[in-house]
Design a protein around this ligand. Structure first.
Ligand SMILES: Cc1cc2nc3c(=O)[nH]c(=O)nc-3n(C[C@H](O)[C@H](O)[C@H](O)COP(=O)(O)O)c2cc1C
Length: 351
């Protein structure tokens, strides 16, 4: 029985409970994939990645299952989003699975145990041989978001391989407004006080207007602080994303960010635009609806140097990582490409 069929038996359980079971399972470290694909090894921002596929933020918000996540076969893992103070997040229920289209709608609202506990766990994980990114966000009730980001950045930088500034989660009121012209400049000016040593990424929304994307790309090319973009977070839009009718269609009306298969094309458009706007000069991490080797191939071909996923792990289970990697590895050979880096931004078709 494959994971899709197996997991249908558990569909009556709340998604957050299933997530805690999955975390518990990974903590046992019983699942371990020692995959190695020579043609997927890649060097980005000075770091050697065993492959370009990472775990997206939101899965391990409290840095509690780092080794278990690495064991899934990922080339890197992004932890968080972590905020300065612990916070419960929004009222439950706040996560909704839509299996027919392999999507999730959630409005968790940065539920996490806060930076102190996170840091303790991260310090203990320093021996783990993998690239670890940390995704930082502001507390819901924070009065001064720049000081939240400054505080987190300085606390966590020494223990992470890169930092992601999350300005795109739709479930923290006002957070996405930081992407607007004027606000983003203020944030970057505020952060540039730090003498940073680690690569830094901005994670953006797929709902960003063309004007705001152009502005951010312009800033990023000039910026000494930001090294790249993570494209993208979840979408609040529901139009034109669904090709199939959905059984529990009331779920589509739930407020929150949508992820998974229906997000894929929307994200791809932003990746392509950002790659063109920056003339391929900024690092792009592509994330949104990756569930097959083809999806991975396409995002890299459009300009992403690295990739991440989350939702397909929910629907396809732990084997999805190696499935995507082996397909990507084979497709590179089929196209006569020696290494995955030869595909970045080349607009080569998968078929
Ligand atoms: C349950 C859930 C929680 C998430 N939490 C976060 C988060 O805390 N921070 C963040 O930057 N992105 C978060 N995301 C967004 C993912 O990192 C990713 O950008 C998005 O889901 C698109 O990728 P996917 O289609 O592969 O899931 C979350 C996504 C899901 C499904």
């Amino acid at each position: 029985m494959n994971f899709r069929t197996f997991s249908k038996f558990f569909d009556f359980l709340p998604p957050e409970f299933l997530h805690s079971l999955f975390i518990g399972f990974l903590k046992t470290q019983l699942y371990k994939k020692n995959n190695s694909f020579e043609n997927l090894k890649i060097k980005v921002f000075g770091n050697e990645f065993r492959n370009p596929l990472g775990l997206a933020a939101g899965f391990d918000k409290n840095a509690e299952v780092i080794k278990g996540a690495v064991n899934l076969g990922f080339g890197f893992v992004e932890l968080g989003t972590v905020t300065p103070m612990p916070q419960y997040g929004n009222q439950k229920p706040r996560v909704f699975k839509i299996p027919e289209i392999e999507a999730v709608i959630q409005r968790l609202g940065f539920n996490n145990r806060g930076v102190e506990e996170f840091l303790e766990k991260l310090k203990k994980a320093q021996k783990i041989k993998s690239i670890l990114g940390v995704n930082i966000g502001k507390n819901k009730n924070s009065k001064d978001l720049i000081s939240d980001y400054l505080f987190l950045y300085q606390k966590l930088e020494a223990y992470s391989d890169y930092i992601t500034i999350n300005i795109s989660s739709p479930n923290t009121p006002g957070l996405r407004d930081i992407q607007e012209k004027g606000n983003i400049e203020k944030l970057l000016n505020g952060l540039s006080k730090i003498k940073k040593k680690k690569p830094t990424f901005l994670k953006l929304s797929p709902d960003l207007s063309r004007k705001n994307l152009e502005n951010i790309c312009r800033l990023v090319i000039k910026s000494e602080f930001v090294n790249g973009l993570i494209l993208t977070n979840t979408t609040i839009q529901r139009d034109n994303l669904f090709k199939k009718p959905v059984k529990n269609s009331w779920k589509l009306g739930e407020e929150g960010g949508l992820s998974g298969v229906p997000l894929r094309e929307k994200t791809n458009k932003i990746i392509r635009s950002a790659y063109e706007l920056t003339n391929g000069k900024t690092i792009i991490i592509g994330v949104g609806g990756i569930s097959t080797g083809r999806d991975a191939f396409e995002k890299i071909s459009m300009g992403a140097s690295l990739l991440q996923l989350y939702t397909s792990l929910i629907y396809q289970g732990p084997n999805v990582v190696v499935k995507i990697l082996s397909d990507l590895s084979c497709s590179l050979k089929r196209k006569g490409l020696k290494n995955v880096s030869d595909l970045i931004g080349k607009n080569i078709k998968y078929d």
